[in-house]
Design a protein around this ligand. Structure first.
Ligand code: ATP
Ligand code: ZN
Length: 307
């Protein structure tokens, strides 16, 4: 079992990789060994993608709410969005609320107002607005990693609310994006296989919500816009540990991005870091010191001193 209840602090130094539940479903803390595997994955991915010379960005875990409205995320996934609310009243307003709370069962948060930010649901959302109104001379390739948040309705192994997503994004002409996405699919499969993971690649759809969901999912599958790399993560579950997506003009159009004078298309390859660690633990056990040497090499665990 890899998701465990809070241990005593001494056990955080254990040789076993652990994802420790905080008591809130889907919100977990990785112990030191778990995090050294995350670091190994990140560095291995950046080495794999080095020939692409992607510009590496640092992105925050929150994003403009207006941006999520603009790209249709709110329409498609209203159930997954984590919106930031805050108290915007004065000190006197707060004092009044405190008095009301003493007299009644008023909640501290009852006067919270929606803010202009939401928790970031996918790393690549930060990238497209940077190119608003730009006519790029040629393809752009970028990479970033962020803590993402999705208010998931279930909490089976590997389905977190807060998780890290490393993405590679290409903004280019349609043919170029499809070719790049297909190349990534092969690289993703080969990389996961090199980690000793039993990987299947399957056409997929995003978890659209509400009455339009069925049509949106069918269209996405029909047009082969999304593929998932699925791997056993434990507890008899197979989860998507990575995906590769062709967005067509979905992001280029709202931001008026062009490439060599033509409307820009985009594609991304995404990796869920916690899920990949869970898959490694499911395949090789929870003590990285005992993992096959070729897997430890891909992750540079010897160099990192992970015994
Ligand atoms: N709730 C989650 N917990 C942990 N990792 C996640 C979660 N949602 C997505 N990921 C990771 O981020 C990657 C890219 O996100 P993407 O939007 O493609 O996921 P998804 O198709 O919505 O995932 P799923 O089908 O499992 O809901 C996924 O392949 C997965 O590894
Ligand atoms: Zn993406």
């Amino acid at each position: 079992m890899t998701t465990v209840e809070p241990p005593s602090w001494q056990s955080l130094r254990a040789a076993e990789a652990r994802l420790i539940n905080t008591g809130v479903p889907g919100v977990s803390v990785g112990n030191a060994v778990f995090e050294s595997i995350v670091t190994g994955l990140r560095e291995s991915l950046l080495r794999l993608a080095a020939p692409q010379q992607a510009q590496a960005l640092g992105v925050p875990p929150v994003v403009s709410r207006g941006l999520l409205e603009r790209v249709g995320y709110i329409d498609g996934f209203p159930n997954l969005v984590g919106t930031v609310y805050s108290f915007t009243g004065s000190g006197a307003d707060w004092n009044r609320l405190q008095e009301a709370r003493a007299a009644t069962d008023a909640a501290w948060y009852q006067e919270q107002q929606i803010s202009e930010v939401a928790l970031l649901p996918a790393t690549c959302h930060h990238i497209y607005p940077l190119f608003e109104g730009v006519d790029l001379p040629g393809p752009a390739v970028l990479t970033a990693e962020a803590h993402c948040y999705r208010h998931e309705g279930t909490h089976e192994l590997g389905r977190l609310r807060s998780f890290r997503m490393r993405e590679f994004v290409r903004i280019a002409a349609p043919d170029d994006c499809i070719r790049w996405r297909d190349d990534w699919m092969e690289q993703q499969r080969a990389w996961l296989t090199s980690l000793g993971l039993e990987t299947s690649v399957e056409p997929a759809s995003d978890p659209f919500f509400g009455s339009a969901a069925r049509l949106m999912k069918a269209t996405q599958r029909e047009q082969e816009l999304k593929f998932e790399l699925r791997v056993p993560v434990g507890d008899g579950l197979v989860q998507a540990v990575a995906s590769c997506n062709y967005h067509k003009e979905h992001f280029g159009e709202p931001f008026g991005i062009r490439v060599a004078g033509e409307p820009a298309h985009s594609a991304c390859a995404a990796f869920g870091l916690e899920r990949i660690v869970l898959a490694l633990i499911a395949a090789h056990g929870d003590i990285p010191a005992d993992w096959p040497q070729h897997v430890r090499s891909v992750l540079s665990l010897d160099d990192a001193g992970v015994a």
